[in-house]
Design a binder for this molecule. Structure first.
Ligand SMILES: CC(C)(COP(=O)(O)OP(=O)(O)OC[C@H]1O[C@@H](n2cnc3c(N)ncnc32)[C@H](O)[C@@H]1OP(=O)(O)O)[C@@H](O)C(=O)NCCC(=O)NCCS
Length: 152
């Protein structure tokens, strides 16, 4: 991955670029739209961490971390809530970069574990997350597979 990648907070100047990010049509059932996620971020401002990834001046991916250290459910204390790589930008390392960004932010906040959840099946991101080092915990939450990654 080259050094042209950047991570931006979402605001008036780039919200349209964020909303323009669409996954492949067959993937729409496995991840919420960016618009839906931004609405959730608005409603959960203390814990949601939405960001836009740019390659140069092109928005290529949306990610949303969730940091809620006092949540009674461990699953929701430090995790990847959303990751949407634009359909024409998939397979180029942006998803990996997004996970690395979340890992760094989680470590900066003092967490020792990052969790995520995914819809099982071939269209879902299981192989990607396993490639990123997540292991399946065996827990199923809301029909989704729970994965976790220890942070060193
Ligand atoms: C899953 C997703 C985030 C992956 O992002 P991406 O940018 O395409 O993935 P990357 O190019 O960074 O791939 C990183 C590694 O994972 C592997 N990988 C990615 N998707 C894979 C798949 N479907 N099957 C097998 N391996 C896969 C890549 O081959 C690569 O491996 P390498 O390190 O050996 O080169 C992206 O395809 C996406 O947005 N999918 C739709 C929405 C979704 O499922 N989001 C996650 C739900 S929260």
């Amino acid at each position: 991955m080259d050094t042209a990648l950047s991570v931006e907070e979402i605001g008036p100047d780039n919200v349209e670029a964020a909303l323009a990010i669409k996954v492949r049509p067959e993937q729409e059932g496995v991840v919420a739209s960016v618009a839906h996620s931004l609405a959730e971020a608005y409603a959960n401002q203390s814990s949601a961490w939405p960001r836009l990834i740019f390659d140069g001046d092109k928005a290529v991916a949306f990610l949303m971390g969730g940091f809620d250290p006092d949540n009674p459910m461990e699953l929701f204390r430090c995790g990847i809530w959303r990751l949407n790589v634009a359909a024409d930008a998939q397979g180029k390392g942006y998803g990996r970069f997004a996970v690395e960004v979340l890992i760094e932010e989680a470590k900066r906040r003092g967490f020792s574990k990052l969790t995520t959840m995914w819809v099982p099946g071939d269209v879902g991101p299981e192989k990607f997350y396993v490639r990123m080092g997540f292991t399946v915990t065996g827990e199923i939450f809301g029909g989704q597979v729970v994965g976790e990654l220890p942070l060193k």
